[in-house]
Design a protein around this ligand. Sequence first.
Ligand code: A2P
Length: 255
Amino acid sequence: GIQFFELNTGAKIPSMGFGTWQADPGIVGEVVTTAIKVFFFTFFISRRKMMMIHWPVSMKKGSVGLKPENLTHPDIPSTWKSMEALYDSGKARAIGVSNFSSKKLGDLLEVARVPPAVNQVESHPSWQQPKLHAFCQSKGVHLSAYSPLGSPGTGRMKREVVLKNPILNAVAEKLGKSPAQVALRWGLQMGHSILPKSTNEARIKENFDVFDWSIPEDLLAKFSEIEQASSLAKGYTRVIYLLPRTSVPTKTLKN
Ligand code: A2P
């Protein structure tokens, strides 16, 4: 069954979460019901207690619409102070950030009284971010991976190539698993929690079936040869929602 990673606060984070981003709002309820049948319910409960700064951007006061010119750099230290207050009050069992580069994370760590427990970033075999991974690991910041399957099918960055990668497929064939399962298992073995999205019951089950086997060392070594996508190079990126005090919910963000 599902395993947990320990955070620097001592709280535990489930090694797999369930994403609904981009799912048609009309089917989210149904999909979550399916997921509950497959997952442990504890996931939903513990997940809610984790608060994050979702993107290190905010919007200019009074601006309407998500255009690049409406975005500003938020005051991260003061945002973080509000997060620390939530943590102190017990409203959040852990506080974290998302889409923070090593530089931004390093800057935050210098001023934080309570260090972030998690940095949630895009991570999959074709976007391994080895430097960020090592930095997070050295600082005790848990890395949580979104788009662990490279978000195939969105057409956003032409990264349907992620699951078609020949090295990933060769490893999958050797292990008798699907490329998606191997991509997810790779994430777990890197020590990342993973947030795969699916609205399909068979694939939700498939994605959950990654806990009672592992990629052996010799095959794991092959992942360093996988060609890396220049992620976020073009196109639009995802939904952002920050702390109410510093920003408003927005929809998409052009790089
Ligand atoms: P679907 O909902 O039809 O299963 P990510 O989690 O990286 O953002 O990727 C999500 C995308 O990957 C969705 O389009 C989802 O489609 C698809 N997907 C989810 N699980 C699998 C799987 N096991 N094999 C292939 N595609 C998958």
